[in-house]
Design a protein around this ligand. Structure first.
Ligand SMILES: Nc1nc2c(ncn2[C@@H]2O[C@H](COP(=O)(O)OP(=O)(O)O)[C@@H](O)[C@H]2O)c(=O)[nH]1
Ligand SMILES: Nc1ncnc2c1ncn2[C@@H]1O[C@H](COP(=O)(O)OP(=O)(O)O)[C@@H](O)[C@H]1O
Length: 211
């Protein structure tokens, strides 16, 4: 009984578990995350990554990403400011320590949207994250969604599709992800996502209401 009490106490003290989202580019991670953050804005906080890619129409510096040059990012990594960083489709991406700390300081569930290299790195840290894989119904659907999104050149589209094939295989390996969601119908996928996070959401709501 005491063991259970102390383990609960310890986990409450450590704050809510971060949630790591991964899956092929175009699977619908941003779409699902935006829905989640809109509905539960006092529960979740987004870990704003750094990237060297150019902002897309509608993206905001400091909200979607911190847009930086390769030189600036490299220097910050060498200075020990990042938890993880990776090269994806010709650009650098990375999670700074500050990005996660900013969210955790507000006692919110920290959401990370990162590629498979990032997932493997975060698994070696003490972040105790919950890992959610968002997958498309098929490669054909993924390609259509990426083309319809109209954000990529033919070259970056091909790079994303190549990475997606690898991602989809790795994502299916047992033990990597706690939750796997196939984003076919958006509302169904969102329902599954909320169900998977229900316990963590209610924990945060309870703690934040009593403080
Ligand atoms: N390792 C790592 N991957 C990231 C990070 N931020 C974003 N990514 C991943 O980089 C990939 C490309 O992201 P982005 O350029 O926004 O394109 P999109 O996924 O097609 O919308 C996605 O798989 C993201 O999950 C990060 O901080 N670290
Ligand atoms: N369930 C869905 N059905 C149809 N289109 C979708 C669905 N989910 C996302 N999309 C669309 O597919 C494209 C890729 O989604 P996005 O959220 O940008 O993916 P990711 O963040 O994983 O790269 C977007 O244009 C988005 O509006």
């Amino acid at each position: 009984m005491y063991t259970r009490y102390f383990s609960r106490l310890l986990s409450a003290m450590a704050g809510p578990r971060p949630v790591v989202f991964s899956g092929p580019s175009g699977a619908g991670k941003s779409t699902l995350l935006k829905k989640l953050m809109n509905e539960y804005d006092s529960v979740f906080g987004f870990s704003v990554s750094h990237t060297t890619r150019n902002p897309r129409a509608g993206e905001e510096n400091g909200k979607d990403y911190h847009y930086v040059t390769r030189e600036v990012m490299q220097a910050a990594i060498e200075n020990g400011e990042f938890i993880e960083s990776a090269e994806f489709s010709g650009n650098m991406y990375g999670t700074s320590k500050a990005a996660v700390q900013d969210v955790q300081a507000k006692n919110l569930i920290c959401i990370l949207d990162i590629d498979m290299q990032g997932v493997m790195k975060i698994k070696t840290t003490d972040l105790r994250a919950l890992y959610v894989s968002i997958q498309p119904p098929s490669m054909a659907v993924l390609e259509k969604r990426l083309r319809d999104r109209k954000t990529e050149t033919e070259e970056s589209l091909q790079k994303r599709l190549k990475a997606a094939k690898k991602d989809m295989e790795l994502g299916k390996e047992p033990g990597v992800f706690d939750v796997l969601i196939v984003n076919d119908n958006l509302e169904d996928a969102y329902g599954q996502l909320k169900l998977a996070l229900l316990e963590e959401i209610s924990k945060v709501k309870k703690v934040n209401m009593s403080s």
